[in-house]
Design a protein around this ligand. Sequence first.
Ligand code: ADP
Length: 427
Amino acid sequence: MRSATLKWMMLLLTFLVGVILLVQLYWIYRVYNFEQKEFNTNVVKSIRGLCEDMELNDSPGSQIQKLVDHPNPNTFLLQVDTIPQRDSLMFYITSEFEDFDVFTDCKMAVYSDSSKNYLYQAYIPTAATTQEQLATHTLITDVDLPVFPKNYPYIHLFFPHRQQYIIHQLNFWIVTSVLLLLVLIGFAASMFYFYRQKFLNEVQKDFVNNFTHEFKTPLAVMKLAAGVLKGTGITDQPDRLKKYSGIIAEQTEHLENQVEKLLKTARTDQHELPLEKTYFIPNDIIKDVVKDMYPLIRQTNTRIELQMEDENKSIYADESAVAMVIVNLLENAIKYSKEPHVIISTQSENGHYCISVKDNGIGIEKKYMKHLFKKFFRVPTGNVHNVKGFGLGLNFVKKVIDAHKGKINVNSIPGIGTEFRIVLPGL
Ligand code: ADP
């Protein structure tokens, strides 16, 4: 499976995990509402039982709903005909709560319409309430309930811990949802790990392919040249001898450069790029690099333009690292252009030193920009155009610029060209 397919699968999976989580939250919300309704029903059932036990009013059981007022979720007011006696009210209401599974504490008060106040108040703990909890509940037992002025007597039932009690009832759902969430996170993490592994495998495979190509071609050329040199009579043909030994020397140098590139990357991977800073004139370095790369420039028919401002400006940086940066950018500008025309310009801006390398090459699509400086990354079209490389050059460039606390920007239009612009901080 290609990592692109895997990427889509990962997106789909993330979406599904999101949907499962939303459904789970919705279900918890539904169960919460259901538990709330269940609680209210149980309280009303207990009240009905209480009315029957104590004959508090004349209404038949089915009419009890009309006598119950519910001014807020925690409060129930039961209209009564006669004011019940405190101890028997406490006894019956406790047993009704137990019968109908209302296992949370309650503060109760009995209101008299003639005195417009409560005749008495009492705290009803649950069967599960311990002495310790009772001690912490003193606030509720001591606090007076607010009066709801009515022109009839009523029993006020207040459940201070109703919300906690309902949430406690949801514990099973919450625990299973958290477990499910953990399982999903574990699943998503292992998928992500698998995706990363797959991506690294592909990158490694590409690298080995490029590596093989980069080393096999010069070796094959050298083998051929060595074959010619081994042939009889070559000492009598000094021109051919010179030509083929020249080819071997050129290819050896090419191989040496590639090995140096790989070693450099391996070294910069292990620790921060070590810098040996000195004062030097960067414009001179650029000219030297262009001179050193002349064989490649000539071979590829590249047109090079140098537009340099401030010829003698010097900067404090690692000379050889900056030179390698220019080599990499110039090499790419040539590699990724059919008829290369490269403009290298430099200027000083607010005390900073800027270098721009601009080409008229194949350009880079926007979607690849964010990967450009990653190790081993190569734009897929790089292979289509049969331009080989390791995908290490720009990674090295970025490391050098970062070590100098500078900046690098890329502007590119596919089919038109690319500009790499570097800003190195002032002295
Ligand atoms: P490589 O060895 O593949 O050239 P680099 O790290 O130097 O590795 O570049 C990474 C990729 O960025 C290249 O494979 C190429 O696709 C793209 N790239 C770099 N420079 C240019 C450029 N000047 N024009 C177009 N594409 C470029």
